[in-house]
Write a protein that binds this ligand. Sequence first.
Ligand code: GDP
Length: 448
Amino acid sequence: MREPIVAVATPYGESAIGIVRLSGKGVLDIVKRFFKTRGEIRPRYAHFGRLYDEKGEELDEGILIYYKAPHSYTGEDMVELNLHGNPRILKKAVELFISAGARLAESGEFTKRAFLNGKMDLTQAEAVAELISAKTELARKVALKQLRGELSRYIRPLRDSLLELMAYIEADIEFAEEDIPTLTKEQVLEMVDKVIKGIEELLKTAKTGRAIREGIKLALVGKPNVGKSSLFNALLKEERAIVTDIAGTTRDYLEEILNLKGVPVRLVDTAGIRNTEDPVEKIGVERSRKKIEESDLILFVIDASEELTEEDLRIYEEVKDKPHIIVANKVDKGVKANLEMFGEENIIKVSALRGTGIEDLSEEILNRVGVQLGESYNVYISLRHETLLKKAKETLERFRKEYKERDISPEIAMLDIREASDYLGEILGYISTEDVLGKIFSNFCIGK
Ligand code: GDP
């Protein structure tokens, strides 16, 4: 068991209950020095008791739960103390346990230990952080499925096929002289093809997976009064995403995030692009341009009930080479604008005021950023998974080509297959470096 760690597991602030969590060697003894209960402490039972400081003065009362290794979240001995949610009490408790030999946990360290102790694989550990930070119902569902091991269930068989293939090749190398069953060239290719297909299926979910996790950035662009804010509100009407402050950081405002069928959509506000000589306004324009650059998709809004103006066309020049949708607003007042001028087929007609066309627009937005939602997928991969799956696929394709075209030695074949299986193993965390783990777990909250 590893050295004892301690952290407050609940958010900072006054609350009904605050939880202090410990994991590792000797944590029960550490806690027992300051938290007194009646009778023997039994694993998985709630014990009422009182917390005393180093001078024996009573600090609080609460409930202790002891989890004995390996039946705990981390797989180590763990103690959770439910105290009153006063930051001073919780801080003092942590200090006392540190004085008794525990050290402050790093962010995600409990989950990291759960992973290191084989309680979960890396995709499941990642899902823990995603479940906590999920901004929409869909994001929550996707995270929960991954936590249940759904993604691993896809990847493990693919990796197993490669391991099986390696076993055959190895036998081929070792017992070349003997008469043992080996695979034909066709059989090898068939197995490799199957793995490549499986990888491709997963890769199809990458764009959607990214959108669900990271959200998409949408820029609303258009001259004043065309109805940009009205459009935003019309889109917002669907369902507001739940946005919370990130623990430990203060932000002066809460961002509005749209929830388009479960995909968080962040609106990039733009001050407008105008030709201007005014230096102050110029800065604003530059900033807008930059925000447009950063967005995944631009909604270029025009007032369809009026003739187009020079200004409309000038803004169009700015956006036309970037991913964009032309939104012809105010169609409830009739269409006077010459929409053919844009030479684009796909112009979405809406009335932000009446709410017509908004559903079509929502669908088009998701379409354009490559989001595919449907019951057919149980998992949506993340950027990390995507990168590794792509590497595995490339390796297998390279192998496939060479193997088909000429006689490569089993030793060389072995190297390629092993490389591909290692990439898949890396997704699951069977192969991991401190670097990779550091990156993943630093995104966690302290105490998780
Ligand atoms: P922004 O400056 O582009 O953000 O435009 P606003 O959203 O403030 O809208 C400007 C004006 O147009 C307001 O008076 C809105 O009520 C009106 N407006 C916006 N959308 C529509 C629409 O679809 N139909 C009609 N008739 N009026 C609209």
